[in-house]
Unconditional design. Structure first.
Length: 428
């Protein structure tokens, strides 16, 4: 797959068709092929989107959990729909319309934002295109500038009078993947969503163009019946469990390699309460990696930030400042975990004296749950802190806390067995 960027716009990707028909929001068109792909693309540098599909009956709801097709359930039991590719910035759904069960009226393709704090506005350029024999004939490019939603119905494939058609939907939701699944009838455990909007109240992301035919109702209208008998009050919910921590007593954890490993380093910029710092702590994040083909390397912002869509499948993102705190993120594409063998994550003081005394420093990561790694005290005089080592084996991510200080990245590399060629930053 080749991606060419001009500014923030994607002008070339796999299957791009320069004669492709672009649908306005609400526009619809008959489908001329029984077998085709719907490819959801977005600029991979913007972050991660989860693309999912829902097979719906006439009442706008799924028949059961098997009608939700997503990264953890990629094939429909009837064989009419499957995810054939998940890559950085791309998810491909393959349709076989003759195999669609008779009681399925619509198949809706949606996206949800993976990154906390982001909305769909951060993914300007996302699109859904219909590819037949590898050539794009139809496409929908929603306008996302200023969008506050975190999930969106992009397009839907639906029956109308015996004909299959495609509609550009572009309808947004203020809640995430769990709420979106519940909206379509999936039984999902309650999450800690605090958006305040119910999943039955979608937010239209932009002013729609007129729709040329009526939308299929989302829920069947049932005449009201007699009120149900009163039910006993439900038991009080258990208190939420704190996220897990890795420390001296429990240094290792194993988690499933689902899709993406998000690692975050956070620290306080406030130096007013500390006599040890004359200016804010300036940290950076990096990783030594070893691939299964034997290659070793180093990812860090100052020379090579890495990439998610190609080797080493690891990427460091620039820091973000929020209310006196700074955050740095490092991501690992677990869809390519089979190509990764081992990595060591570390933090280092990018500028200033090697003084770790600050009001607050935290390192955490998330796959199926959030896990924090205890930061040791001390370390003055050493610019590098080894945070954790990660092993990738048979669908499992095994993380082990390290918590050791080193004078330089080179000293850390030699300690953990990386034999890299180092160059000096001194002028010749």
């Amino acid at each position: 797959m080749v991606i060419i960027y001009v500014g923030d716009a994607i002008i070339g990707k796999r299957g791009y068709g320069f004669s492709m028909q672009r649908l306005p929001m609400g526009g619809n068109v008959p489908l001329n092929a029984a077998r085709f792909d719907v490819v959801v693309d977005w600029p991979a540098r913007c972050g991660v989107l989860d693309a999912s599909a829902y097979m719906l009956g006439a009442d706008g709801r799924v028949r059961g959990d098997a009608d939700m097709i997503f990264y953890n359930q990629r094939v429909d039991v009837s064989g009419c729909l499957r995810i054939t590719e998940i890559d950085a910035g791309t998810t491909c759904f393959t349709f076989d319309l003759p195999m669609v069960p008779e009681d399925i009226e619509r198949i809706v393709i949606c996206t949800t934002v993976e990154d906390p704090g982001k909305t769909m506005a951060a993914f300007e350029g996302v699109n859904a295109r219909v590819l037949t024999n590898g050539e794009a004939s139809l496409g929908f490019y929603p306008e996302l500038a200023g969008a506050t939603v975190v999930a969106m119905q992009l397009v839907e494939v639906y029956r109308r009078n015996g004909t299959w058609k495609l509609r550009a939907v572009g309808q947004g939701f203020d809640a995430g993947l769990g709420a979106l699944a519940r909206y379509f009838g999936i039984d999902v455990a309650e999450s800690d969503d605090s958006s305040g909007q119910t999943p039955d109240s979608p937010t239209v992301a932009q002013t729609p163009h007129p729709v040329t035919e009526p939308l299929v109702p989302v829920r069947q209208i049932v005449p009201p019946g007699p009120p149900p008998p009163p039910s006993p009050s439900p038991p009080a919910p258990p208190p939420p469990q704190a996220h897990r921590r890795l420390g001296v007593g429990n240094p290792r954890i194993e988690l499933p390699a689902l899709s993406l490993l998000n690692c975050k380093l956070s620290w306080s910029e406030d130096v007013g309460g500390s006599q040890w710092r004359a200016r804010p702590l300036d940290l950076a994040l990096g990783a030594f990696y070893r691939l299964r083909d034997g290659r070793d390397g180093l990812v860090q912002l100052c020379d090579f930030p890495g990439a998610l869509d190609r080797a080493p499948w690891i990427q460091v993102l620039p820091s973000e400042a929020k209310s006196g705190h700074r955050d740095l993120s490092l991501r690992i594409n677990l869809d390519q975990a089979h190509a990764l063998s081992h990595c060591v994550l570390f933090a280092y003081i990018a500028n200033g004296a090697p003084n770790w005394r600050a009001r607050e420093v935290e390192f955490s990561f998330a796959v199926s749950e959030r896990v924090s790694v205890d930061i040791p005290s001390g370390g003055d005089g050493n610019a590098v802190l080894a945070l954790a080592s990660i092993d990738f084996t048979a669908g499992i991510v095994a993380v082990t806390r390290m918590g050791d200080f080193f004078t330089t990245q080179r000293n850390l590399a030699e300690q953990v067995g990386w034999r890299l060629n180092w160059r000096s930053n001194e002028p010749d």
